[in-house]
Design a binder for this molecule. Structure first.
Ligand code: GLN
Length: 199
């Protein structure tokens, strides 16, 4: 990507979820950010983050405002990071999902996820995970898992960057990055910085 793109703002899908913490992380790294709630707002962004939240609601809002096609087109050109519900939205498909929940992933990252794969809110947990290729020193990443999805299949083009209990929790396919946990809920900015390095 040309050096001019580095001056462009980082986009945050602000339809729903905990985008404010991502915004704070990118600001701390010296990047301007811009919220995206409708298709025209994807213009002129360096990259996009789909935050954690609730994939049922996110699906409904994405389709209501007509963002499904534009998000897919954007991701073909520019980096996208999906965290937790955001990863669910990036995924190719869902395992064991009741259709009445109405979650419809965008089908961008070749993996299958199981929503709420560790259980309910009370089964949320923190874990230190080793992530491949993190910038700088600092040891394992303090990952916060909240009603997290489990990645139950990865396609051949998908690189596993981190595992927890042997299962993938951070994956990358080209310029698409998917995390089952919330990097924005710690003071550790290394994953946000690594994402910017993809841009
Ligand atoms: N369980 C939520 C979902 O299915 C994701 C939770 C989260 O993003 N922290 O959308």
């Amino acid at each position: 990507m040309d050096s001019g793109a580095r001056e462009l703002p980082v986009g945050l899908l602000t339809l729903q979820g905990d985008y404010a913490k991502h915004e704070a992380a990118f600001r701390a790294l010296g990047c301007a950010t811009r919220g995206v709630r409708r298709p025209g707002e994807l213009e002129g962004l360096r990259c996009l983050v789909i935050p954690g939240g609730e994939s049922t609601t996110m699906t409904r809002l994405i389709d209501r405002v007509g963002l499904r096609g534009p998000l897919r087109d954007f991701a073909a050109q520019r980096p996208v990071m999906g965290t937790c519900a955001g990863l669910i939205m990036l995924a190719a498909g869902l395992a064991d999902e009741a259709p009445e929940h109405g979650v419809r992933p965008l089908g961008l990252l070749d993996c299958t996820v199981r929503r709420n794969g560790y259980g309910t809110q009370v089964d949320s947990f923190d874990a230190a995970v080793e992530v491949d290729g993190l910038p700088g020193a600092g040891g394992p990443f303090p990952a916060v898992f909240i009603r997290a999805p489990r990645i139950v299949r990865t396609g051949p083009g998908v690189e596993v960057l981190a595992r927890h209990g042997g299962e993938p929790v951070a994956v990358r396919q080209g310029h698409l990055l998917g995390l089952t946990f919330h990097p924005e809920l710690t003071d550790d900015l290394r994953l946000h910085r690594a994402f910017l390095d993809l841009c």
